[in-house]
Design a protein around this ligand. Structure first.
Ligand code: NAD
Length: 388
């Protein structure tokens, strides 16, 4: 029999305690009902993650594309499929919902799921704008539920190696970082034309790839306070590339390259860049440069390779020295989506969600919204300007 959070005992703050002091192992004997809304590439990663997790039962998926719904339901053996997520929520009453819809369709199913009593794991970016994201966080607070954004790239083995080096205190204070994801020719294809619509996606490579690089940088730097941003967004090559992918009718409305400068508290700074189309080496480049008072770090991953991707620069034996950590090959690592989903479930089971109402995702959306506004207005923007 599938038990649900309805069986929880709630404490004075309406936190589920599963009848006693909460421990993830004690609680894991109670299966949680999970559902996934939107099952394109990203949604299928959530399907696989829930199916791989003990104590979680994937009960249903929702997807308006009937062919895809049927195909995914059969391929993964998902018990129920719905064309409308509202029916899924009403009938299945899931405890956990993953939202893997396009950016324009994150807020509605996420808020409806939170209002139905489910905890929500939403794909990145949280939302297209600060205000849209704020409405999602408000729904999580109103319903006392977890809202988490899928920042899977931070669990790459190379990023985790840098994070451990920083957390060991080896770098001293980090005063500047540069974080970028660049592609020569990487506008999303395979029928996902919504990615190039400003209205549907909220932006181009900055909101798509840049949000991961922003997340990695803030995570590694220990979540510094962000004060102001200055940005530039270019649309020079996009139309040429998008015509090749989607034909003459396609209109490329978002940036193809964005560059920005972010002021952090205490005079620290961060540069962020992202491109889907630029004249540079072919493939995907994920690159971070981090300057600390006692050491530096450089992460350079071409086409997602993690082996040999990290260098640390230190003083050793009185001379400038380089450390090249041995990072296991990506093939042996746990998928980032599974790590994120496990963390999400652990947070749900912990019963203490105050820190997990989507605040982390909202800050990243807020910064990106401010960068787009800075690019449009040609001036530095303080984050506080976006609150109203
Ligand atoms: N974390 C990552 O690594 C990663 C990678 C790719 C995409 N993403 C994110 O995942 C999201 C989806 O991207 P994708 O590449 O899978 O896109 P996609 O277009 O392939 O898939 C989205 C699916 O959602 C469905 N959909 C649309 N509206 C819906 C609704 N109201 N209810 C249910 N389903 C609906 C579409 O029919 C489609 O099948 C985006 O927000 C994207 O930024 C994250």
């Amino acid at each position: 029999m599938i038990a649900s959070l309805a069986e929880c005992r709630y404490d004075a703050r309406n936190h589920c305690t599963f009848g006693g002091p909460v421990s993830s192992t004690a609680a894991s004997s109670t299966p949680l009902k999970a559902a996934v809304i939107g099952i394109g590439w990203a949604g299928q990663q959530h399907v696989k993650a829930y199916q791989a997790m003990p104590g979680v039962e994937l009960v249903a998926i929702a997807e308006p594309n009937a062919t895809l719904l049927d195909q995914v339901q059969k391929e993964y053996g998902v018990p129920k499929g719905y064309s409308d997520f509202r029916d899924l929520l009403k009938i299945e009453k899931p405890d956990l919902v993953s939202v893997g819809t396009p950016n324009f369709a994150h807020a509605e199913p996420a808020i409806a799921s939170l209002d139905s009593g489910a905890h929500v794991l939403v794909e990145k970016p949280l939302a297209r704008t600060y205000l849209e994201g704020r409405s999602m966080v408000d729904a999580a607070i109103r319903n006392d539920r977890v809202l988490q954004v899928t920042f899977n790239q931070r669990y790459r083995q190379d990023v985790q190696t840098v994070k451990r080096f920083v957390d060991e205190g080896r770098m001293g204070e980090i005063y500047h970082a540069k974080s970028r994801w660049l592609r020569r020719d990487g506008i999303p294809g395979r029928g996902r034309k919504w990615f190039v619509s400003k209205e549907l996606a909220g932006g181009g490579p900055l909101i798509d790839l840049g949000v991961h690089m922003l997340d990695m940088a803030l995570y590694i730097m220990g979540e510094p306070e962000v004060e102001a941003v200055s940005g530039a967004a270019y649309n020079r090559l996009g139309q040429r590339f998008v015509t090749e992918i989607y034909g003459e009718e396609a209109v490329y409305e978002v940036e193809d390259f964005a560059s920005s400068f972010i002021r952090l508290a205490g005079g620290r700074t961060l540069q962020l860049e992202a491109s889907w189309a630029t004249y540079r080496e072919n493939g995907d480049l994920i690159n971070m440069t981090i300057f600390g008072e006692n050491a530096g770090a450089e992460l350079t991953s071409k086409n997602y390779q993690t082996q040999g991707a990290v260098r640390f620069y230190v003083d050793a034996a009185g001379v400038p020295s380089e450390i090249v950590p041995e990072i296991p090959s990506g093939a042996n690592s746990k998928p980032g989506h599974l790590i994120v989903a496990e963390q999400f479930v652990e947070r749900v089971r912990s019963g203490a969600y105050d820190q997990f109402r989507g605040q982390e995702g909202l800050l990243r959306t807020w910064i990106i919204d401010a960068i787009y506004r800075s690019a449009a207005e040609g001036r530095e923007i303080k984050l506080s300007e976006l609150k109203e």
